[in-house]
Design a protein around this ligand. Structure first.
Ligand SMILES: O=P(O)(O)OC[C@H]1O[C@H](O[C@H]2O[C@H](CO)[C@@H](O)[C@H](O)[C@H]2O)[C@H](O)[C@@H](O)[C@@H]1O
Length: 372
C-alpha cells in the first residue's frame, strides 16, 4: 500500500521537476564546467525557476515566504527554528557539538571581504553556545583571519576549508601524524593539523601570478587564505567576468595539482587533496573525543557549497543536524534550514538558553580549561 509519505514525496518530486530544480554541483566540481557564472546569484548558479533573476541582494522576506518554490523547499528542509523542540528532544542524553561556517553564516555577505565583520550580538551568542557545547568554526578563510573576525578563545578554529586546524592533542590516525605540529598556546598544548603544507610554495607563486594577471581588472580581488586562494568578482563588472575567469584559468594551467571551485561570487583555488570541511569535522570530533555517533550529535550550520561536504558527513553518520543558511531554495544535503545570519543568531541563543535551563553541570570552559 502506498503511504501518505510516499504520495507527498512523489508530489514534491513532480513539483521540483516542474520548477526546474537540478542537482547541485558538488563542492569538488571544477569551475571549468560552469559557464556564465557572473550573472547568476549568490550561489553560483544552483538556483533555477522564479528566483533566477536575483543578483546581489536577497529577495524581500514577503516574496520568499509567498514563493511556492520556497515553500516546497521548506517542506524538505524545515526551519531549524520551527523544529527546535523536536531537535532538542532527540538530543536527550546525547552530547551536541556545534560547527559553524563563517561568511554568510555568522556574518552577512558584504561587498568587501575584508569588512565581513561579525556583530557583537553574534559574537556573544557564539560565546554563549561555546560555554555549553564544544564549538568550532570551519571557514574558507585563513585560520588567523577568521579568528581575527570572531575574537573568541573558547572555540576551535579550522581555516582554509579545513586544511588548517588548531585543536587539542589527542590520539588520531597514525597516518595523520606527518601533518601535525605541536603548538603551545593559551589553551595549553595544542596540535596544528595542516595536510596541505607541501603546497605552500606553489600557493605563494599562484598568489603572485594572480595579482599580476588580475591587476587591471577593476574590482577583482585576490585573497590569501593561506592553504587556498580566493579570487573575488563581486565588484567586477559583468562584462569583465569572462576575462577574469580566463586569466585565473591560464595561471592555473601551470598548476595542475590545484582545483578551481565556485563559491559565492568567488573562485576558490585549493590543493587537490582529499580533504574538505567534512574531513575537518570528522577530525575535530575525533580529537575532541566526540567520535561515537551513538552518543554525539554534530550540528553544522553553513551556507555555501563547501559546507555541503560537512552536511554529507553528518548524514552518513546518521545522527546530527546539518543546517543550511539560505533564503532561496537550493539543492542541498542539509536536512534543516535557517533563513539568514539573523536567524542563525536567534537559533544559537535559543540553543544556549535551552542547555542552560537544565544544566546543573559546569560550563565547558571549566571542564575543558579554555577561556572565553
Ligand atoms: O567558508 P566560508 O567561511 O564561508 O568562506 C567562503 C568564502 O567566504 C568569503 O567570501 C564570501 O564572503 C565575502 C564577505 O561577505 C563576500 O564579499 C564574497 O563575495 C563571498 O564569496 C571569503 O572572502 C572567501 O575567501 C571564502 O572562500
Amino acid at each position: 500500500m502506498t503511504s501518505d509519505f510516499q504520495i507527498i514525496k512523489r508530489h514534491l518530486a513532480k513539483l521540483k521537476e516542474a520548477m526546474g530544480f537540478q542537482r547541485s554541483h558538488s563542492s569538488k566540481q571544477k569551475v571549468k564546467s560552469i559557464s556564465k557564472l557572473k550573472n547568476n546569484d549568490e550561489n553560483g548558479g544552483d538556483i533555477h525557476g522564479s528566483i533566477n533573476a536575483k543578483t546581489t541582494s536577497d529577495p524581500p522576506v514577503s516574496f520568499i515566504t509567498s514563493d511556492p518554490s520556497y515553500q516546497t523547499w521548506m517542506i524538505e528542509h524545515p526551519s531549524a527554528q520551527d523544529s527546535f523542540d523536536r531537535l532538542t528532544k532527540a538530543a536527550k542524553g546525547k552530547k551536541i557539538a556545534v560547527f559553524l561556517d563563517y561568511d554568510g553564516t555568522l556574518s552577512p555577505i558584504v561587498d568587501d571581504p575584508d569588512r565581513a565583520f561579525m556583530s557583537d550580538e553574534m559574537r556573544a551568542a557564539v560565546r554563549e553556545v561555546a560555554k555549553y557545547f564544544p564549538t568550532a568554526i570551519i571557514s574558507g578563510r585563513s585560520r588567523e583571519k577568521v579568528k581575527g573576525f570572531v575574537q573568541l578563545s573558547n572555540v576551535y578554529y579550522a581555516g582554509s576549508h579545513g586544511m588548517d586546524i588548531l585543536a587539542p592533542p589527542r590520539p588520531v590516525k597514525a597516518s595523520d601524524g606527518k601533518y601535525h605540529t605541536v603548538a603551545h598556546g593559551k589553551k595549553g598544548q595544542e596540535v596544528l593539523f595542516q595536510p596541505a603544507k607541501t603546497f605552500l610554495p606553489a600557493i605563494r607563486e599562484i598568489i603572485k601570478e594572480l595579482e599580476v594577471e588580475t591587476k587591471k581588472i577593476q574590482g577583482a580581488k585576490v585573497e590569501d587564505n593561506r592553504f587556498c586562494v580566493s579570487v573575488h568578482y563581486r565588484q567586477v563588472r559583468d562584462e569583465d567576468y569572462s576575462l577574469l575567469q580566463k586569466k585565473v584559468k591560464s595561471v592555473l594551467d601551470n598548476y595542475p595539482e590545484f582545483d578551481l571551485n565556485e563559491g559565492k561570487k568567488v573562485m576558490e583555488i585549493r590543493p587537490s587533496i582529499e580533504w574538505d570541511k567534512g574531513n575537518a569535522l570528522e577530525y575535530l570530533l575525533e580529537t575532541l573525543g566526540l567520535s561515537n555517533p551513538n552518543d554525539v550529535l554534530p550540528l553544522y550550520i553553513g551556507d555555501d557549497r563547501t559546507d555541503e561536504d560537512a552536511f554529507k558527513v553528518i548524514k552518513k553518520r546518521g545522527q546530527g543536524y546539518p543546517i543550511i543558511v539560505s533564503s532561496i531554495p537550493k539543492e542541498t544535503e542539509a536536512s534543516y534550514s535557517l533563513n539568514d545570519p539573523a536567524e542563525v543568531l536567534t537559533f544559537l541563543l535559543r540553543l544556549a538558553k535551552w542547555r542552560k535551563s537544565f544544566s546543573s553541570s559546569k560550563p565547558l570552559a571549566q571542564i575543558w580549561g579554555i577561556g572565553n
